[in-house]
Design a protein. Structure first.
Lengths: 216, 380
């Protein structure tokens, strides 16, 4: 059975804006899929639905055997906490916590914060020596790597990244993509959203959106 | 471990976002200062003012029971015993007898002048009080006019002859001063109690004792009853006029202080609420992020309430210290007398601050839980 399966998914905002319309696809365990498309095509809306931040207005989304269409908001939060690791375009770290504390926040909401585990994850993204720096003391690339470490800390079944390199220069973009390649090699399931063909090419498979529908 | 991280998170949230929190902290601290200051004043003023009121004379009189003319001096120490626990400003014994002074019958009071000055500080003396054992007499202002019609003050320093009446021994006394009170006392003469008791041959006897006790309304009434049933041969009497007006002024003052305290609490509440609301708006992204990381609404509520309470605790701590200094300076300037630091008031103002910031955080916390986690993906 596929890890993620979308059947005829649609999303209508405010009863008028049709952001997604009849989306069908599935992602197998260990796959790396890129979602591409021009701005406004519905990529973020799709990420919100897969990432359990929002519910589709139509169709079925099945994640790791759970049908997301018939759970309530609290249950959705719980699934998000247990199964999803998320990386954002704008990094989004808690500004008053250090790099390692930002990773521990995710542990805290999930269960027990553990400094050693958090340090191990920081080491994986090559930032063990910046553990006690605040986000304001880190470069954009370093912040994004902290975010990746944070996304990994609770052993998610699915890693979602929305334009993870959108705000990075080329050197940092390459560094981040290298980490994604490593994660993929370790067997993680990854979905990255991008409008950059260069980044899209790195994934195994591309799904292209246009006006809320899958193109080709 | 979880609790430790929670505390670490809310603590750093306050510590590392100094500017914003300093404003909220100041609001709470100012509130707590005024509260603890006011409560201190509220508690201290009646005592201090009660003491001030004692300047207007005795509030408790002791007279002989059963139509007797006098009672024994040692009753005073019995009464002092019963009054222990209350501050006694003074207790002046009086023996009133008719003496012949310069061939005129004059009502003369024998008293202890040290105690008298404590009980009736409003007595105005020209010259001096009679010295102890000095054969001196104090003359009322009206009386002085009779003895020395043209220049009453010339009587000071002159000798007068005093006896208990026709056929008794005559003694020479020196007038030490003239007393003005605006009352009956101006027609009397006063001398040391021992002298008078000796002249009239009534050792250890007094006709009345005037007490000035720091106690308000009801507790004074209880004291009256205790004395009445506890000491025989005497009868206590409250000076109603003074006791009542004292009680009225004090209770009005307390209502006023209470009112101000309530208003300050309300203002602090509003101020902290707006600050916390600004904080929540400012931190919408952070809240969305935490939710995206899987924080349940209870987590968010706990964190903001926790921050609010921590803020309240710190603010209350500063405030109760400052409030004590405030009350101290009020007391020093108005009453010329310091006050003790009260641990219970400090604890009360810290607890009140925590409650106020907790309550003030409720509305902002509701807003915080309504934040949609999807905002972190949308971006601005
Ligand atoms: N919360 C929302 N309310 C109303 N319309 C929205 C909302 N979010 C997205 N949309 C609309 O849905 C469409 C798809 O948006 P989005 O998923 O953000 O596209 P992309 O991420 O590909 O740029 C756009 O037309 C956008 O205006
Ligand atoms: Mg987008």
């Amino acid at each position: 059975m596929a890890l993620l399966e979308l059947k005829d998914v649609s999303m209508v905002y405010n009863g008028k804006v049709r952001a997604l319309d009849g989306i069908n696809f599935s992602v197998e365990k260990g796959e790396w899929v890129a979602i591409m498309g021009p701005s406004g095509s519905g990529k973020t809306t799709l990420m919100n639905i897969i990432g359990c931040m929002d519910k589709a207005t139509g169709g079925e989304v099945i994640l790791d055997g759970i049908d997301l269409s018939d759970v309530d908001a609290d249950k959705l939060t719980e699934i998000r906490r247990e199964k999803i690791g998320m990386v954002f375009q704008q990094f989004h770290l808690v500004p008053y916590l250090t790099a390692v504390e930002n990773i521990m926040v995710a542990q805290y909401y999930h269960g027990l914060p553990d400094l050693n585990d958090a340090m191990t994850e920081l080491k994986r993204v090559g930032l063990e020596d910046r553990a006690n720096h605040l986000p304001s003391q880190l470069s954009g690339g370093e912040q994004q790597r902290v975010c990746i470490a944070r996304a990994l800390i609770n052993y998610p079944v699915l890693i979602l990244a929305d334009e993870p390199t959108g705000n990075l220069d080329e050197a940092n973009q390459n560094l981040v993509m290298k980490i994604f390649h490593e994660l993929h090699a370790e067997g993680h399931t990854i979905i990255t959203v991008t409008h950059s063909p260069d980044v899209g090419r790195e994934a195994q498979r591309c799904i292209v959106l246009e006006h809320g529908r899958i193109k080709s | 471990m979880r609790l430790k991280f929670f505390l670490r998170m809310i603590f750093y949230s306050l510590l590392r976002r100094r500017m914003r929190m300093l404003i909220a902290l100041t609001a709470v601290a100012v509130g707590a200062t005024i509260i603890s200051g006011m409560v201190t004043v509220y508690r201290e003023v009646p005592q201090q003012l009660g003491r001030e009121f004692r300047a207007y004379g005795a509030n408790l009189l002791i007279i002989p029971a059963n139509e007797a003319a006098t009672f024994d001096t040692n009753k005073i120490s019995d009464i002092r015993e019963i009054l222990s626990g209350h501050e006694i400003i003074g207790a002046a014994p009086f023996l009133y007898e008719r003496l012949e002074i310069n061939k005129q019958y004059i009502l003369t009071g024998g008293t202890n002048f040290t105690e008298l000055q404590r009980v009736s500080p409003y007595w105005q003396i020209e010259g001096a009080y009679p010295a102890a054992g000095g054969r001196e007499v104090l003359i009322g202002a009206q009386l002085a006019k009779i003895f020395s019609p043209y220049e009453p003050s010339e009587i000071i320093g002159q000798e007068v002859t005093i006896s208990a009446g026709e056929g008794t021994a005559m003694k020479k006394y020196v007038v030490s001063g003239i007393v003005s009170t605006g009352g009956k006392e101006e027609e009397f003469a006063f001398m040391n109690l021992d002298d008078l008791q000796q002249i009239v041959g009534k050792p250890n006897q007094i006709s009345i004792a005037q007490f000035s006790v720091v106690a308000e309304g009801d507790s004074l009434k209880t004291l009256e009853q205790k004395i009445s049933s506890g000491v025989t041969g005497i009868q206590p009497q409250l000076v109603q006029q003074i006791a009542n007006s004292e009680f009225n002024v004090l209770s009005k003052l307390q209502v006023l202080v209470l009112l101000v305290t309530a208003i300050v609490l309300l203002l602090t509440l509003i101020c902290v609420t707006t600050t916390m609301m600004a904080v929540v708006t400012e931190r919408r992204k952070e809240i969305g992020l935490k939710k995206a990381l899987g924080a349940a609404n209870e987590n968010i509520v706990r964190e903001f309430l926790g921050e609010g309470c921590l803020l309240g605790a710190f603010g209350g701590l500063f405030g109760s210290g400052l409030g004590y200094l405030f009350a101290q300076s009020v007391s020093l300037q108005v009453f010329g007398r310091g006050i003790y630091f009260s641990v219970s008031i400090a604890i009360l103002s810290i607890v009140l601050s925590i409650i106020v910031t907790g309550v003030a955080s409720l509305i902002p916390v509701r807003i915080a839980t309504a934040v949609d986690p999807a905002i972190v993906l949308r971006g601005e």
